[in-house]
Ligand binder design. Structure first.
Ligand SMILES: [Zn+2]
Length: 529
C-alpha cells in the first residue's frame, strides 16, 4: 500500500477515468474518488476526514474486482477533490485503446463478474454513455458507466477478435442482431478457470445497443443437494419417487433463470450415485451448464442458434442419444413436434426421461405438451408422466442485515407500494391456513446490505409446485377438465409455488416483495379497497 498527501492541484495523479462513482452517494463523492490512471493503477483520492466512511466501502471495491492492497491512497482536501473531478469531466480527449488495452479491459470486466457470481454481463450502449450491468442472484445491478465509444470498441474487439470462428458473422454490426460464442481460460486468484460465453447483441430504439453475455462455467461442479436448493421435505419425497421410477418422464417448467438446469443436474447425479454407476445417463444440452458426474453429455452449443441446421441437430442428438443404449435420457428442452415424437417413443420403449418446457404452472405443463405435439392418450396413459414440476428462484434475505417487520413498516410508512404489500400480508394471516403465522417472523431485505451480502441478498432459493399424476388426476387431464384436476391435486395435498413461497416468508427467509414478483400477489383482493 502507498500513501501520499497532495496539497496543490498540479500534483493530482494523471488519471484516465473515474470509476465506481455511480455506486457512491453525493456525500461520498465529495469526500473520495476512485480513478484509474494511465499506467493501469487505481488511485483512491480521499479527503483526510473521510477515512472511516471509506472503510464501509471495502465491499464495493472488492465487488469491482479490485484488490484494496493495490490501491494507491492519496490524501487531498475536499477542494482539491472537486478540482480533480472538474478536470476529469472536461477532459474529453478519447484514449485510443490498443487491442491489448481492450483485451485487458474485457478480462477485468469478466473477472469482476465471476468474483461477483454474476450469471450475465450486460453492456448497454446509449448515444452519450454506456452502462455495465451484472445479473447476480437473478437481479440486475448497475456496476459502472463508461463512455459509449470505449464500449463500442470493446464490443467490436470481443465480437471480431475474441469470439470463436464459426460461431459468428464475419463482422460486428451494431445495427444487426448477432450472436457468438467465446471460449476463455482466465486466471482468478491463482486458479485457472474455463468459461464459455454466449454473446447476443440487439439494436434498440432509438439508437442504443444492448449486448448480453451469459457466463457458462465449463468446470462448474455440483456440490448441492435438493434440500439446499430449497425444496420442502414433501417435495424431495416426490422428486425421489420420480427418480426411482424406471420408466416415465419428469418435466420441469419455469422461466429462464428458474434453476431448472441445476435441479436436473442434481437429480441425475443423485440417480447415478445411488445406482453405483449401473445406469447409463445421456444428456443433450445447449450447452451443458454443469459437468454431471457419470453422465455422457452431448453438447449442442457449438451450432448457431435459430437456424434450420440447429433444429436438425437437436432432433439428431436425441436420436443419437437413443442409439447409445441409455437407461436415462435428459433432453435440455422440448420445443417441436419431431423431438416430442422421439421423446414419446423413448418413454414408451422403457426409458426414464427428464426434460424442461416453458409453462406457467405445474398443471399447465400438460396443455403445453399437447400443444407441442404429444398425443393426449399417450400423455394420460399410466406410467408416462412421472412428475410435473413448476419452479421459480427467489432471492434470499441476508440474515445478518434483514429488517424485522415492525422496523420496516415504520421506516416505509409513506411508501404506497409497500403499504399495499403490508395490507396483503395482513389479509393473508386472517385466512384459516395461515392463522398460526406471525407477522413478527417476516423479514424484509435491507437495500443497504452489509459485509455478508449484496444489497441485502445472500443467495437464491427455489419455490416450487409438484404434481404427481394419480389415476384420477390423469382422467381429469385427459378430459381436459383442468379445474377439476386442480381440485383433485389440492385435495391430495398439492401446494402451489406461491404457497411454498409464503411458507418461506413466514420463516423470514425471503422478502414478500420478491415472492409476489415471482409468483403473483399473496391475496387477490384486500377487503375495503
Ligand atoms: Zn447483509
Amino acid at each position: 500500500m502507498e500513501y501520499k498527501l497532495i496539497m496543490i492541484a498540479d500534483d493530482l495523479p494523471a488519471a484516465k477515468r473515474i470509476i465506481l462513482d455511480d455506486q457512491l452517494s453525493d456525500l461520498e463523492q465529495r469526500n473520495f474518488c476512485f480513478a484509474e490512471a494511465k499506467d493501469g493503477r487505481v488511485y483512491c483520492m480521499i479527503s483526510q476526514s473521510a477515512s472511516s466512511i471509506m472503510k464501509q466501502r471495502a465491499q464495493t471495491i472488492k465487488d469491482f474486482g479490485l484488490d484494496t492492497r493495490e490501491i494507491v491512497t492519496v490524501y487531498v482536501t475536499q477542494e482539491l477533490l472537486s478540482i480533480f473531478r472538474d478536470r476529469m469531466s472536461h477532459d474529453v480527449s478519447m484514449v485510443v485503446e490498443s487491442e491489448s488495452d481492450l483485451d485487458r479491459r474485457f478480462t477485468d470486466i469478466l473477472i469482476q463478474a465471476i468474483r461477483a457470481h454474476a450469471s450475465d454481463i450486460h453492456l448497454e450502449i446509449y448515444a452519450d454513455h454506456a452502462e455495465v450491468k451484472f445479473r447476480i442472484h437473478g437481479l440486475i445491478y448497475k456496476i459502472g458507466e463508461l463512455d459509449s465509444h470505449t464500449v463500442n470498441r470493446l464490443v467490436n474487439y470481443v465480437y471480431n477478435v475474441a469470439a470463436a470462428e464459426g460461431s459468428k458473422d464475419t463482422q460486428y454490426n451494431p445495427e444487426d442482431m448477432q450472436d457468438a460464442l467465446l471460449d476463455t481460460h482466465i486466471e482468478i486468484d491463482g486458479v485457472m478457470r474455463h468459461y464459455k460465453l454466449r454473446l447476443q447483441t440487439a439494436p434498440c430504439y432509438p439508437n442504443a445497443v444492448t449486448i448480453v453475455m451469459r457466463l457458462l462455467p465449463v468446470d462448474a461442479q455440483l456440490k448441492i443437494t435438493l434440500h439446499e436448493l430449497g425444496y420442502s421435505q414433501h417435495q424431495i419425497k416426490l422428486l425421489e419417487r420420480a427418480q426411482a421410477r424406471p420408466v416415465g418422464v419428469t418435466i420441469i417448467a419455469g422461466t429462464t433463470g428458474s434453476g431448472k438446469s441445476t435441479t436436473m443436474a442434481t437429480l441425475l447425479s443423485e440417480i447415478f450415485r445411488r445406482s453405483k454407476g449401473t445406469k447409463k445417463i445421456l444428456t443433450t444440452e445447449d450447452p451443458p451448464e454443469y459437468a454431471i458426474p457419470g453422465a455422457n453429455q452431448i453438447n449442442l452449443s457449438t451450432k448457431r442458434i435459430g437456424t434450420a441446421e440447429e433444429e436438425n441437430i437437436f432432433v439428431k442428438a436425441i436420436k443419437v442419444a437413443m442409439r447409445c443404449d441409455p437407461d436415462i435420457i435428459m433432453v435440455g428442452e422440448v420445443r417441436d413436434q419431431r423431438s416430442t415424437q422421439l421423446l414419446s417413443s423413448a418413454v414408451l420403449s422403457g426409458h426414464q426421461v427428464f426434460t424442461t418446457v416453458h409453462a406457467a404452472s405445474a398443471i399447465s405443463i400438460y396443455n403445453r405438451l399437447l400443444n407441442l405435439g404429444f398425443e393426449n392418450h399417450v400423455l394420460a396413459s399410466p406410467n408416462f408422466l412421472a412428475l410435473l414440476v413448476y419452479q421459480a428462484l427467489v432471492p434470499v434475505s441476508c440474515t445478518k442485515c434483514a429488517l424485522p417487520y415492525a422496523v420496516f413498516v415504520k421506516k416505509m410508512a409513506n411508501d404506497k407500494d409497500i403499504k399495499a404489500v403490508i395490507q396483503r400480508l395482513e389479509a393473508l394471516i386472517k385466512k384459516d391456513e395461515y392463522k398460526d403465522k406471525k407477522l413478527d417472523e417476516v423479514r424484509f431485505v435491507n437495500d443497504e446490505g452489509c459485509s455478508d451480502c449484496r444489497r441485502g441478498i445472500s443467495g437464491r432459493t427455489v419455490v416450487a409446485e409438484m404434481l404427481e399424476p394419480t389415476p384420477e388426476i390423469l382422467a381429469a387431464l385427459r378430459a381436459l377438465e383442468f379445474e377439476n384436476a386442480l381440485r383433485l391435486w389440492h385435495d391430495q395435498g398439492g401446494r402451489t409455488a406461491l404457497e411454498h413461497g409464503t411458507e418461506k416468508i413466514f420463516q423470514g427467509q425471503v422478502d414478500p416483495r420478491f415472492v409476489e414478483d415471482r409468483c403473483g400477489l399473496l391475496v387477490d383482493t384486500v377487503e375495503g379497497e
